[in-house]
Design a protein around this ligand. Sequence first.
Ligand code: PLP
Length: 406
Amino acid sequence: MNHAESLAQYQAFKQQGLKLDMSRGKPAPEQLDLSLPLLDAVDGYKAADGTDTRNYGGAVGLPEARALFAEILDLPAAQVVVDGNSSLALMHDSIVFGLLYGVPGGSKPWGQQGQITFLCPVPGYDRHFAICEALGIKMINIPMSDAGPDMDLVEQLVKDDASIKGMWCVPKYSNPGGVVYSDEVVARLAAMQTAAPDFRIIWDDAYRVHHLSTEHVLVANLVDACAKAGNADRALVFASTSKITLAGAGLAALASSPANIAAWTRAVSTRTIGSDKVNQLRHVRFLKNKAGVEALMEKHRLILKPKFDVVLEQFEALLGGIEGVSWTYPKGGYFIDLLTPAGKARRTVELAKEAGITLTPAGAAFPYGKDPQDRHIRIAPSFPSLPEIKEAARGISLALRVAIGE
Ligand code: PLP
Protein backbone atom coordinates (compact mmCIF):
# COMPACT_ATOMS: atom_id res chain seq x y z
CA MET A 1 0.00 0.00 0.00
CA ASN A 2 1.52 3.35 -0.98
CA HIS A 3 0.85 6.67 0.77
CA ALA A 4 -2.12 7.62 -1.44
CA GLU A 5 -3.75 4.24 -0.80
CA SER A 6 -3.13 4.49 2.96
CA LEU A 7 -4.62 7.99 2.95
CA ALA A 8 -7.70 6.85 1.02
CA GLN A 9 -8.27 3.94 3.42
CA TYR A 10 -7.73 6.23 6.40
CA GLN A 11 -10.28 8.73 5.03
CA ALA A 12 -12.79 5.93 4.47
CA PHE A 13 -12.16 4.69 8.01
CA LYS A 14 -12.83 8.20 9.33
CA GLN A 15 -16.19 8.32 7.53
CA GLN A 16 -17.43 5.41 9.71
CA GLY A 17 -17.71 7.85 12.62
CA LEU A 18 -16.27 5.36 15.13
CA LYS A 19 -16.03 6.51 18.78
CA LEU A 20 -13.68 4.47 20.94
CA ASP A 21 -11.79 5.34 24.10
CA MET A 22 -8.66 3.22 24.47
CA SER A 23 -6.78 5.65 26.66
CA ARG A 24 -6.71 3.50 29.82
CA GLY A 25 -6.21 -0.20 30.53
CA LYS A 26 -9.61 -0.82 32.06
CA PRO A 27 -11.18 -4.27 32.45
CA ALA A 28 -14.16 -4.85 30.13
CA PRO A 29 -17.67 -5.26 31.57
CA GLU A 30 -17.60 -9.03 30.90
CA GLN A 31 -14.43 -9.27 33.00
CA LEU A 32 -16.12 -7.41 35.86
CA ASP A 33 -19.07 -9.81 35.52
CA LEU A 34 -16.74 -12.69 36.47
CA SER A 35 -16.66 -11.30 40.02
CA LEU A 36 -20.38 -10.61 40.44
CA PRO A 37 -20.68 -13.47 42.97
CA LEU A 38 -18.42 -11.32 45.15
CA LEU A 39 -21.38 -9.11 45.93
CA ASP A 40 -23.13 -12.02 47.66
CA ALA A 41 -20.04 -13.76 48.98
CA VAL A 42 -20.51 -12.77 52.61
CA ASP A 43 -22.97 -14.84 54.60
CA GLY A 44 -22.01 -13.18 57.86
CA TYR A 45 -19.72 -10.45 59.08
CA LYS A 46 -17.44 -12.28 61.51
CA ALA A 47 -13.84 -12.78 60.49
CA ALA A 48 -11.99 -15.99 61.40
CA ASP A 49 -10.65 -14.42 64.60
CA GLY A 50 -14.11 -13.23 65.63
CA THR A 51 -13.61 -9.62 64.45
CA ASP A 52 -16.89 -7.88 63.64
CA THR A 53 -15.93 -6.58 60.19
CA ARG A 54 -18.70 -3.98 60.30
CA ASN A 55 -16.98 -1.99 63.00
CA TYR A 56 -13.92 0.25 63.20
CA GLY A 57 -10.40 -1.11 63.57
CA GLY A 58 -7.77 -3.23 61.88
CA ALA A 59 -5.63 -0.72 59.98
CA VAL A 60 -3.34 -3.48 58.71
CA GLY A 61 -6.16 -5.65 57.38
CA LEU A 62 -8.00 -8.83 58.42
CA PRO A 63 -5.70 -11.78 59.14
CA GLU A 64 -7.29 -13.87 56.37
CA ALA A 65 -6.95 -11.05 53.81
CA ARG A 66 -3.28 -10.62 54.75
CA ALA A 67 -2.83 -14.39 54.44
CA LEU A 68 -4.39 -14.35 50.96
CA PHE A 69 -1.98 -11.68 49.70
CA ALA A 70 0.90 -13.37 51.55
CA GLU A 71 0.26 -16.54 49.56
CA ILE A 72 0.01 -14.60 46.30
CA LEU A 73 3.15 -12.55 47.00
CA ASP A 74 5.10 -15.44 48.55
CA LEU A 75 5.87 -13.54 51.78
CA PRO A 76 4.93 -13.99 55.46
CA ALA A 77 1.48 -12.59 56.35
CA ALA A 78 3.07 -10.54 59.15
CA GLN A 79 4.92 -8.60 56.44
CA VAL A 80 1.74 -7.80 54.47
CA VAL A 81 -0.76 -5.00 55.03
CA VAL A 82 -4.14 -4.97 53.26
CA ASP A 83 -5.60 -1.48 53.07
CA GLY A 84 -8.09 0.23 50.80
CA ASN A 85 -8.89 -0.58 47.19
CA SER A 86 -6.01 1.04 45.31
CA SER A 87 -2.35 0.05 45.30
CA LEU A 88 -1.60 3.39 43.64
CA ALA A 89 -2.96 5.12 46.74
CA LEU A 90 -0.66 3.00 48.93
CA MET A 91 2.34 3.90 46.73
CA HIS A 92 1.39 7.56 46.92
CA ASP A 93 1.05 7.41 50.70
CA SER A 94 4.33 5.50 51.16
CA ILE A 95 6.13 8.28 49.33
CA VAL A 96 4.27 11.02 51.20
CA PHE A 97 5.16 9.30 54.49
CA GLY A 98 8.80 9.16 53.34
CA LEU A 99 8.73 12.89 52.63
CA LEU A 100 7.02 13.79 55.91
CA TYR A 101 8.41 11.28 58.41
CA GLY A 102 11.39 9.64 56.68
CA VAL A 103 11.91 5.89 56.27
CA PRO A 104 13.75 3.34 58.45
CA GLY A 105 17.50 3.78 57.94
CA GLY A 106 17.25 7.47 57.09
CA SER A 107 18.43 10.25 59.38
CA LYS A 108 15.83 12.80 58.24
CA PRO A 109 12.54 12.90 56.32
CA TRP A 110 13.09 12.90 52.56
CA GLY A 111 11.31 16.25 52.48
CA GLN A 112 14.08 17.82 54.60
CA GLN A 113 16.95 16.67 52.42
CA GLY A 114 16.69 19.17 49.58
CA GLN A 115 15.79 18.08 46.06
CA ILE A 116 15.26 14.31 45.94
CA THR A 117 15.19 12.10 42.86
CA PHE A 118 13.53 8.87 41.69
CA LEU A 119 14.80 6.65 38.90
CA CYS A 120 12.14 5.92 36.29
CA PRO A 121 12.55 2.98 33.91
CA VAL A 122 10.97 4.06 30.61
CA PRO A 123 8.57 3.62 29.05
CA GLY A 124 6.66 3.28 32.32
CA TYR A 125 3.34 3.92 34.08
CA ASP A 126 2.19 7.50 33.73
CA ARG A 127 0.55 7.62 37.15
CA HIS A 128 3.84 6.76 38.87
CA PHE A 129 5.43 9.74 37.19
CA ALA A 130 2.42 11.92 38.05
CA ILE A 131 3.01 11.17 41.76
CA CYS A 132 6.63 12.32 41.49
CA GLU A 133 5.66 15.40 39.55
CA ALA A 134 2.93 16.36 42.03
CA LEU A 135 5.26 15.90 45.01
CA GLY A 136 8.19 17.76 43.47
CA ILE A 137 10.42 14.69 43.10
CA LYS A 138 12.89 14.94 40.23
CA MET A 139 12.84 12.03 37.77
CA ILE A 140 15.64 10.44 35.75
CA ASN A 141 14.82 8.22 32.77
CA ILE A 142 16.36 4.75 32.78
CA PRO A 143 16.24 2.86 29.47
CA MET A 144 14.69 -0.62 29.51
CA SER A 145 15.81 -3.78 27.81
CA ASP A 146 13.87 -7.04 27.49
CA ALA A 147 15.26 -8.07 30.89
CA GLY A 148 14.46 -4.91 32.86
CA PRO A 149 16.12 -1.55 33.49
CA ASP A 150 19.68 -0.77 32.36
CA MET A 151 21.39 -1.94 35.55
CA ASP A 152 24.84 -0.60 34.66
CA LEU A 153 23.36 2.89 34.59
CA VAL A 154 21.23 2.34 37.72
CA GLU A 155 24.19 1.06 39.75
CA GLN A 156 26.37 3.92 38.62
CA LEU A 157 23.76 6.57 39.49
CA VAL A 158 22.74 5.28 42.94
CA LYS A 159 26.33 4.63 44.04
CA ASP A 160 27.35 8.29 44.07
CA ASP A 161 24.16 10.32 44.40
CA ALA A 162 22.57 10.32 47.86
CA SER A 163 19.66 12.44 46.58
CA ILE A 164 18.36 9.36 44.72
CA LYS A 165 15.83 8.00 47.18
CA GLY A 166 13.72 5.76 45.06
CA MET A 167 13.11 3.81 41.90
CA TRP A 168 9.86 2.74 40.24
CA CYS A 169 9.69 -0.85 39.03
CA VAL A 170 6.86 -2.87 37.47
CA PRO A 171 8.70 -6.19 37.54
CA LYS A 172 6.29 -8.36 35.57
CA TYR A 173 4.48 -7.59 32.30
CA SER A 174 5.37 -3.92 32.77
CA ASN A 175 3.07 -1.10 31.75
CA PRO A 176 3.40 -0.53 28.82
CA GLY A 177 6.36 -2.58 27.55
CA GLY A 178 5.37 -6.00 28.93
CA VAL A 179 8.92 -6.39 30.27
CA VAL A 180 9.71 -9.17 32.76
CA TYR A 181 12.66 -8.50 35.09
CA SER A 182 15.32 -11.21 34.91
CA ASP A 183 16.76 -12.96 37.97
CA GLU A 184 20.02 -11.10 37.38
CA VAL A 185 18.29 -7.71 37.41
CA VAL A 186 16.46 -8.58 40.65
CA ALA A 187 19.70 -9.72 42.27
CA ARG A 188 21.53 -6.56 41.21
CA LEU A 189 18.71 -4.30 42.44
CA ALA A 190 18.80 -6.05 45.81
CA ALA A 191 22.56 -5.96 46.22
CA MET A 192 23.63 -2.65 44.62
CA GLN A 193 25.37 -0.08 46.76
CA THR A 194 23.39 3.10 47.25
CA ALA A 195 24.80 6.38 48.52
CA ALA A 196 21.43 7.00 50.21
CA PRO A 197 20.88 4.81 53.29
CA ASP A 198 17.15 5.57 52.91
CA PHE A 199 16.74 4.36 49.32
CA ARG A 200 13.55 2.46 48.37
CA ILE A 201 12.45 0.38 45.40
CA ILE A 202 8.74 0.81 44.67
CA TRP A 203 8.02 -2.72 43.39
CA ASP A 204 4.63 -2.38 41.75
CA ASP A 205 3.57 -5.98 41.17
CA ALA A 206 0.34 -4.88 39.48
CA TYR A 207 0.39 -7.72 36.92
CA ARG A 208 1.75 -10.58 39.02
CA VAL A 209 -1.01 -13.04 38.12
CA HIS A 210 -2.17 -11.42 34.87
CA HIS A 211 -0.89 -13.89 32.30
CA LEU A 212 -1.85 -13.82 28.63
CA SER A 213 -0.16 -17.09 27.74
CA THR A 214 -0.38 -20.44 29.48
CA GLU A 215 3.22 -19.96 30.55
CA HIS A 216 3.15 -18.43 34.04
CA VAL A 217 6.29 -16.32 34.10
CA LEU A 218 7.99 -16.07 37.51
CA VAL A 219 10.01 -13.13 38.81
CA ALA A 220 12.46 -13.58 41.69
CA ASN A 221 11.32 -12.46 45.16
CA LEU A 222 12.80 -8.99 45.73
CA VAL A 223 12.03 -8.80 49.47
CA ASP A 224 13.92 -12.07 50.06
CA ALA A 225 16.78 -11.01 47.78
CA CYS A 226 17.12 -7.67 49.61
CA ALA A 227 17.12 -9.40 53.01
CA LYS A 228 19.81 -11.84 51.83
CA ALA A 229 21.92 -8.98 50.46
CA GLY A 230 21.80 -7.12 53.78
CA ASN A 231 19.37 -4.47 52.48
CA ALA A 232 16.23 -5.78 54.17
CA ASP A 233 14.35 -2.48 54.09
CA ARG A 234 14.98 -1.64 50.43
CA ALA A 235 11.85 -3.13 48.83
CA LEU A 236 8.25 -1.91 49.08
CA VAL A 237 5.98 -4.33 47.21
CA PHE A 238 2.49 -3.35 46.03
CA ALA A 239 -0.36 -5.34 44.54
CA SER A 240 -4.13 -5.20 44.25
CA THR A 241 -7.13 -7.11 43.01
CA SER A 242 -8.17 -4.21 40.76
CA LYS A 243 -7.77 -6.37 37.66
CA ILE A 244 -8.67 -9.61 39.43
CA THR A 245 -12.08 -8.73 40.89
CA LEU A 246 -13.52 -5.21 40.62
CA ALA A 247 -11.27 -2.37 39.47
CA GLY A 248 -13.11 0.19 41.59
CA ALA A 249 -13.90 -2.00 44.60
CA GLY A 250 -11.05 -4.45 45.08
CA LEU A 251 -8.34 -4.83 47.72
CA ALA A 252 -4.84 -3.37 47.76
CA ALA A 253 -1.77 -4.60 49.63
CA LEU A 254 1.69 -3.48 50.67
CA ALA A 255 4.39 -6.01 51.60
CA SER A 256 7.86 -5.30 52.93
CA SER A 257 10.35 -5.85 55.75
CA PRO A 258 9.13 -5.96 59.36
CA ALA A 259 10.68 -2.50 59.98
CA ASN A 260 8.93 -0.92 57.00
CA ILE A 261 5.61 -2.53 57.93
CA ALA A 262 5.96 -1.17 61.48
CA ALA A 263 6.73 2.33 60.13
CA TRP A 264 3.77 2.14 57.74
CA THR A 265 1.44 1.01 60.53
CA ARG A 266 2.51 3.92 62.75
CA ALA A 267 2.08 6.48 59.98
CA VAL A 268 -1.20 5.12 58.64
CA SER A 269 -2.87 5.04 62.03
CA THR A 270 -3.14 8.83 61.87
CA ARG A 271 -5.11 8.69 58.63
CA THR A 272 -7.57 5.84 59.28
CA ILE A 273 -9.17 3.85 62.08
CA GLY A 274 -9.26 0.87 59.75
CA SER A 275 -10.19 0.12 56.15
CA ASP A 276 -13.14 -1.73 54.62
CA LYS A 277 -13.00 -5.13 56.31
CA VAL A 278 -16.39 -6.17 54.93
CA ASN A 279 -14.87 -6.00 51.45
CA GLN A 280 -11.81 -7.89 52.66
CA LEU A 281 -13.96 -10.66 54.11
CA ARG A 282 -16.07 -11.07 50.98
CA HIS A 283 -12.94 -11.12 48.83
CA VAL A 284 -11.47 -13.92 50.94
CA ARG A 285 -14.74 -15.86 50.78
CA PHE A 286 -14.92 -15.40 47.00
CA LEU A 287 -11.27 -15.89 46.03
CA LYS A 288 -10.41 -18.34 48.85
CA ASN A 289 -6.71 -18.73 48.10
CA LYS A 290 -4.02 -18.44 45.41
CA ALA A 291 -5.52 -21.36 43.48
CA GLY A 292 -8.87 -19.53 43.48
CA VAL A 293 -7.18 -16.38 42.16
CA GLU A 294 -5.41 -18.35 39.44
CA ALA A 295 -8.64 -20.03 38.34
CA LEU A 296 -10.32 -16.62 38.04
CA MET A 297 -7.33 -15.17 36.17
CA GLU A 298 -7.62 -17.97 33.62
CA LYS A 299 -11.17 -16.76 32.87
CA HIS A 300 -9.82 -13.22 32.42
CA ARG A 301 -7.13 -14.57 30.13
CA LEU A 302 -9.69 -16.26 27.90
CA ILE A 303 -11.47 -12.90 27.45
CA LEU A 304 -8.31 -10.82 27.01
CA LYS A 305 -6.13 -13.05 24.83
CA PRO A 306 -8.30 -12.84 21.65
CA LYS A 307 -8.30 -9.02 21.97
CA PHE A 308 -4.51 -8.91 22.09
CA ASP A 309 -4.29 -11.42 19.23
CA VAL A 310 -6.57 -9.39 16.98
CA VAL A 311 -4.48 -6.24 17.53
CA LEU A 312 -1.29 -8.13 16.76
CA GLU A 313 -2.86 -9.61 13.60
CA GLN A 314 -3.87 -6.15 12.35
CA PHE A 315 -0.41 -4.74 13.10
CA GLU A 316 1.24 -7.64 11.27
CA ALA A 317 -1.06 -7.21 8.27
CA LEU A 318 -0.86 -3.42 7.99
CA LEU A 319 2.46 -2.47 9.60
CA GLY A 320 4.67 -5.53 9.09
CA GLY A 321 7.99 -4.76 7.43
CA ILE A 322 7.75 -0.95 7.71
CA GLU A 323 11.12 0.46 8.72
CA GLY A 324 11.25 1.80 12.27
CA VAL A 325 7.90 0.26 13.23
CA SER A 326 7.69 -2.53 15.80
CA TRP A 327 5.52 -3.65 18.68
CA THR A 328 5.70 -5.89 21.73
CA TYR A 329 4.22 -9.39 22.09
CA PRO A 330 3.38 -9.34 25.80
CA LYS A 331 3.09 -12.56 27.76
CA GLY A 332 0.83 -10.80 30.27
CA GLY A 333 -0.42 -7.49 31.57
CA TYR A 334 -2.71 -5.01 29.87
CA PHE A 335 -0.72 -3.31 27.13
CA ILE A 336 1.06 -3.50 23.81
CA ASP A 337 3.80 -0.93 23.19
CA LEU A 338 3.68 0.23 19.56
CA LEU A 339 6.91 1.84 18.37
CA THR A 340 6.77 4.29 15.47
CA PRO A 341 9.67 5.80 13.56
CA ALA A 342 11.19 8.71 15.52
CA GLY A 343 8.94 11.77 15.65
CA LYS A 344 5.75 9.99 14.54
CA ALA A 345 3.99 8.87 17.74
CA ARG A 346 2.32 12.19 18.58
CA ARG A 347 1.08 12.66 15.03
CA THR A 348 -0.26 9.11 14.88
CA VAL A 349 -2.23 9.62 18.11
CA GLU A 350 -3.59 12.87 16.64
CA LEU A 351 -4.68 11.16 13.40
CA ALA A 352 -6.22 8.27 15.36
CA LYS A 353 -8.19 10.80 17.43
CA GLU A 354 -9.50 12.47 14.24
CA ALA A 355 -10.67 9.01 13.17
CA GLY A 356 -12.56 8.54 16.46
CA ILE A 357 -9.99 6.52 18.45
CA THR A 358 -8.78 8.08 21.70
CA LEU A 359 -5.39 6.71 22.71
CA THR A 360 -3.19 7.46 25.73
CA PRO A 361 -1.42 10.74 24.86
CA ALA A 362 1.92 10.11 23.16
CA GLY A 363 4.69 10.68 25.67
CA ALA A 364 2.53 9.73 28.67
CA ALA A 365 4.73 6.73 29.41
CA PHE A 366 7.65 9.08 30.16
CA PRO A 367 8.39 11.48 33.03
CA TYR A 368 6.99 14.96 32.35
CA GLY A 369 5.06 13.48 29.37
CA LYS A 370 8.13 13.74 27.15
CA ASP A 371 9.12 10.79 25.00
CA PRO A 372 12.54 12.05 23.84
CA GLN A 373 12.22 10.32 20.47
CA ASP A 374 8.43 10.57 20.16
CA ARG A 375 8.19 6.87 19.35
CA HIS A 376 5.95 5.06 21.87
CA ILE A 377 2.20 4.55 21.68
CA ARG A 378 0.51 2.59 24.46
CA ILE A 379 -2.20 0.29 23.14
CA ALA A 380 -4.78 -0.85 25.71
CA PRO A 381 -6.89 -3.63 24.13
CA SER A 382 -8.83 -4.73 27.24
CA PHE A 383 -11.94 -2.55 27.35
CA PRO A 384 -13.47 -2.46 23.85
CA SER A 385 -15.34 -5.47 22.47
CA LEU A 386 -13.52 -7.82 20.09
CA PRO A 387 -15.04 -6.35 16.88
CA GLU A 388 -14.35 -2.81 18.15
CA ILE A 389 -10.75 -3.58 19.01
CA LYS A 390 -10.17 -5.07 15.56
CA GLU A 391 -11.47 -1.91 13.92
CA ALA A 392 -9.46 0.26 16.31
CA ALA A 393 -6.24 -1.62 15.55
CA ARG A 394 -6.91 -1.14 11.84
CA GLY A 395 -7.55 2.57 12.36
CA ILE A 396 -4.38 3.01 14.43
CA SER A 397 -2.35 1.18 11.78
CA LEU A 398 -3.77 3.38 9.01
CA ALA A 399 -3.12 6.50 11.11
CA LEU A 400 0.50 5.44 11.55
CA ARG A 401 0.90 4.72 7.81
CA VAL A 402 -0.46 8.17 7.00
CA ALA A 403 1.79 9.83 9.61
CA ILE A 404 4.84 8.11 8.12
CA GLY A 405 3.88 9.20 4.61
CA GLU A 406 3.39 12.86 5.49
N1 PLP B 1 0.26 -0.04 38.71
C1 PLP B 1 0.29 -0.25 37.40
C2 PLP B 1 1.57 -0.59 36.73
C3 PLP B 1 -0.88 -0.14 36.65
O1 PLP B 1 -0.83 -0.34 35.33
C4 PLP B 1 -2.09 0.20 37.30
C5 PLP B 1 -3.33 0.37 36.56
O2 PLP B 1 -3.37 0.41 35.36
C6 PLP B 1 -2.06 0.41 38.69
C7 PLP B 1 -0.87 0.28 39.36
C8 PLP B 1 -3.28 0.80 39.44
O3 PLP B 1 -3.46 -0.07 40.51
P1 PLP B 1 -4.64 0.09 41.54
O4 PLP B 1 -5.92 -0.09 40.83
O5 PLP B 1 -4.38 -1.00 42.53
O6 PLP B 1 -4.52 1.45 42.17
